[in-house]
Every structure is written in structure tokens, then in C-alpha cells.
Design a protein around this ligand. Structure first.
Ligand SMILES: Nc1ncnc2c1ncn2[C@@H]1O[C@H](COP(=O)(O)OP(=O)(O)OP(=O)(O)O)[C@@H](O)[C@H]1O
Ligand SMILES: [Mg+2]
Length: 430
């Protein structure tokens, strides 16, 4: 993290807004609110100065690019469209890494021969789909947040391109793609238990870094497709298009237009638009449930009672005896019974309907880290198989019967739906 003060050129007259406000950072102030709130390994986040960007959307692309270049200097590279075309073979499908709401993502390679002084490295180039739902706002929010936030658990933004109506983002290339691909893609090899824990801890540290500032950043789009993995399965958060600053002063929340992804967004945020860091904690709990069960947050391919992961798992999270019925069958019992139980308890607290009951990121990190040493594998302790193919009725507290839901067959990769189909699992609500 850079701490040296630099000449900061605010976008006062010619910038743009995310839906309500956009913010840029003053590097000279770097104070976390309290040390105890920060994990030892998490560095301080600079505080942000709220600035209005309401005019940049009306500026010409040349002007925007000039402003960004002056603001970020050498920290972010201002690429030309022709350069990004060249390194991706004109955004060819052979170089396609994936596609999301913003547009397609292509692999490329940059070095000194493209831009002098640039470090030779593989990159991921995200190209705005001009016909799509996202646009300049998301692009600019990404540049502003990721251009300034540097942490080992946040994906590194290398540069951007802004020409006419074209908007592109250039990131460090993450060789293992997204957690979503590893957990849910039919042909992917199952992630071992300890790798799942490592990913949960890395992603938690990224989120803790954002929340641990004097003026916290609310990420608002925590989900498996936004958790990217390097060659050693270190997790990094990507996609800051929906990120926003947390409440200031005595305010307990900011009120915004409801945006996010079905299944991950906290219920109180969806119903009131009141956004706090606790909304991110809810989404974190949903991802923990996905890691435990190997199921998607929302899966319209399943029977009605099993479509929403939080609702479906709730009765099973309190005991290891019940929990085994919902554990990911692809783990084949190779998970720590105590570790899974503790993770389920954390998840259960995170997805509590009452935001006050949700844990804070440092506590979550501490508990998750303590689970890494556990070796009590379910397969060795008689916890697995959990009467695998049979339907078992479990009497739960509220008196209703729930069925053992996890036949091995039903869980194998059938959550695949087209990314942009309506009502498909986990797409953005805007
Ligand atoms: N830096 C990167 N390195 C490697 N692959 C990447 C990188 N960024 C994105 N990808 C790949 O591209 C895919 C699409 O990413 P993108 O963030 O555009 O959409 P998404 O997260 O799947 O959906 P949404 O638009 O809802 O956020 C990712 O799932 C990942 O596989
Ligand atoms: Mg994404």
C-alpha cells in the first residue's frame, strides 16, 4: 500500500457517478478505525474522500482518459484500444476466459514492446458489452476503487481503456479462474476440503481489508464468480462495479438502489435498500454454504424447497449429524467433521436474518484459520457416507420434516443454466 502523499486531482467537475455517489481516495490518510478490528495480516485501508462524479458521464472519452491518467499516473496504464485488440487477437474466442454482465473477458500478454516500462505478464482484458446492462458507471467505479486499493486478496487492476464508447479493463491474469468454475462446473476436479478453507480465508481477508477502513468500503457483490484464484489457489476479489462507501458519522447505513446478485444479497438490503458492511457478511455466509454443499446460492433446476441454498440448509447447520446430509458429495467424506461443523456455524451466523447477529470479518478469519489444522476426516470417523442414496427424515426444531437432500446423483453439475437466461441462478438484480 502506498502511503506517500501524491498530488491528487479530484474529479470534481467532470467525472461520473456510480448509482448515487462515487468516491476517490486520498492516499495521504491511512488509518484503520481500530487495530483490533484488523486481522494481523491485513494492512490499513486508506480513508476516502467523498466526491461527486456526476459530470464525468457527460465528458468526452478523451477528457475522461486524460483525467484518469493525471490522477493515477503510472499506477494504472492507459491502454489504446488497438493495443488491446492486438494482444487478444481482436478479442478472439480462442482467447476467451469467460463472460459476465459487463461483457467478455479475454486473455492477453503485455510486455515492454507494447508499452514501455510495463512488466511482462499475462493479463485478462474485460471488454464492455455496449448493448449490455452495465456501462460507464460500473467501469469507472472499478477503475476508481481497484486503481487505489491494493491488497494481496484483491485482484490487481493494471490499466484501462476509454475510447469513444468503448470501455475496457485490464487485470492481472488469474490462472485458475473463478471459484464458481471450480465448485460448479461439471468437468472440474472437486476442490479438496483444505483448498476450500484456504479460499474462504483468502476471500475473507480481501473483504476484511475493505471493511477495516475508517470509512469502510461495502463490496456488495461477494459471490463465487467474483472470487478469482491464482496458481496456488490464493483467492482475490474482483469486480468493484457495485462497490460503495459505507456510512459516515452516526449513520448506520447508506441507502442505495438495490443492486447485487439473487441469492447473495442480504434480505434487509433487498427489502429496504439499507446497505451496511453486514450485507457483505450475509453474502460471505452464502459462499461458505456453497463451499460446504457444492450447491449454488440459487438453483432453479432443483425442486422448489431446495432452490434457495440459505433456506434449504438452515435446518442442517446446527449439528454434524445433520450436516453430513448436505455436505458436498464430491468431497466423498474427505473433510474434517469438526471443521465442517464450525464452518456451518459461522455460515449460519452470517446468514442470520438479524444483521446484528452476523459476525465481523476478523472473527470469521480467526475461526476459519483455526480449522486448517483439523484432521478428523469424516470418511475415517464413520460420518461418511451419510446413508448416501437413502431419503432420511429428520425431525427439526420447528416440527417440520426435512429430507436428506443429497443423493450423489442429483448434485452433479446440474445447476448449469445459460448465464443470461432470465431467472437463472445468481444473476444480478438491477
Ligand atoms: N483476472 C482474471 N483472470 C482470469 N480469468 C478471469 C479474470 N477476470 C475474469 N475472469 C473470468 O471471466 C469470467 C467472467 O468474469 P466477470 O467478472 O466478467 O463475470 P461474472 O463474475 O461471472 O458475472 P457478473 O457479471 O455477475 O459479475 C470469470 O468467471 C472468470 O472465469
Ligand atoms: Mg465478476
Amino acid at each position: 500500500m502506498k502511503e506517500s502523499p501524491k498530488a491528487w486531482r479530484p474529479f470534481t467537475t467532470n467525472c461520473c457517478s456510480t448509482e448515487d455517489q462515487t468516491f476517490i481516495c486520498n492516499f495521504s490518510k491511512c488509518k484503520p478505525s481500530s487495530k483490533s478490528e484488523m486481522s494481523k495480516t491485513i494492512g490499513p485501508l486508506p480513508s476516502f474522500r467523498r466526491l461527486s462524479f456526476s459530470d464525468l458521464s457527460r465528458s468526452s472519452s478523451t477528457r475522461i482518459a486524460e483525467d484518469l491518467a493525471q490522477t493515477f499516473g503510472p499506477d494504472l496504464v492507459d491502454f489504446q484500444l488497438s493495443e488491446l485488440r492486438a494482444i487478444t487477437q481482436n478479442f478472439s474466442s480462442h482467447y476467451l476466459l469467460g463472460q459476465g454482465g459487463f461483457g467478455t473477458v479475454h486473455k492477453g500478454y503485455v510486455d515492454d514492446s507494447l508499452k514501455s516500462g510495463i512488466k511482462a505478464q499475462a493479463v485478462a482484458v474485460k471488454l464492455l458489452d455496449i448493448e449490455g446492462l452495465q456501462g460507464h458507471r460500473e467501469w469507472l467505479a472499478e477503475v476508481i476503487f481497484l486503481g487505489q486499493l491494493r491488497h494481496k486478496n484483491l485482484v490487481r487492476l493494471i490499466g484501462y481503456c476509454c475510447e469513444e464508447e468503448q470501455r475496457l479493463l485490464v487485470y492481472e491474469f488469474m490462472p485458475r479462474g473463478s471459484l464458481e468454475n471450480h465448485l460448479f462446473k461439471r468437468l472440474s476436479v472437486s476442490l479438496p476440503w483444505n483448498t476450500r478453507l484456504k479460499i474462504a480465508i483468502g476471500a475473507a481477508k480481501g473483504l476484511a481489508f475493505l471493511h477495516g477502513a475508517e470509512k469502510p468500503v461495502i463490496y456488495r457483490d461477494f459471490k463465487t464468480s467474483n472470487i478469482l484464484l491464482d496458481s496456488e489457489f490464493n483467492a482475490k476479489l474482483s469486480d468493484f462495479g457495485l462497490a460503495t462507501m459505507g456510512p459516515e458519522g452516526s449513520n448506520t447505513h447508506v441507502t442505495t438502489r438495490v443492486m447485487g446478485t439473487y441469492g447473495y444479497a442480504a434480505p434487509e438490503y433487498v427489502s429496504t435498500g439499507h446497505l451496511t458492511t453486514k450485507s457483505d457478511i450475509y453474502s460471505f455466509g452464502v459462499v461458505l454454504l456453497e463451499l460446504l454443499t457444492g450447491r449454488r446460492a440459487v438453483d432453479k433446476m432443483r425442486t422448489k424447497s431446495e432452490q434457495n441454498l440459505v433456506d434449504w440448509t438452515r435446518p442442517y447447520l446446527g449439528s454434524s449429524r445433520r450436516l453430513r446430509y448436505i455436505m458436498d458429495p464430491r468431497l466423498a467424506g474427505q473433510y474434517s467433521v469438526r471443521g465442517a461443523k464450525e464452518m456451518a456455524l459461522l455460515a449460519s451466523k452470517c446468514v442470520s436474518m438479524n444483521p446484528k447477529d452476523r459476525s465481523r470479518m476478523p472473527e470469521l478469519i480467526e475461526t476459519l484459520e483455526s480449522l486448517q489444522q483439523l484432521k478428523d476426516m469424516a470418511i475415517a470417523s464413520g460420518h461418511w457416507p451419510a446413508t448416501s442414496q437413502k431419503i432420511i427424515n429428520i425431525k427439526v426444531k420447528n416440527g417440520s420434516n426435512v429430507c436428506s437432500p443429497q443423493g450423489n446423483k442429483e448434485n452433479r453439475g446440474n445447476g448449469m443454466m445459460k448465464k443470461n437466461s432470465p431467472n437463472a441462478h445468481g444473476r444480478k438484480a438491477r
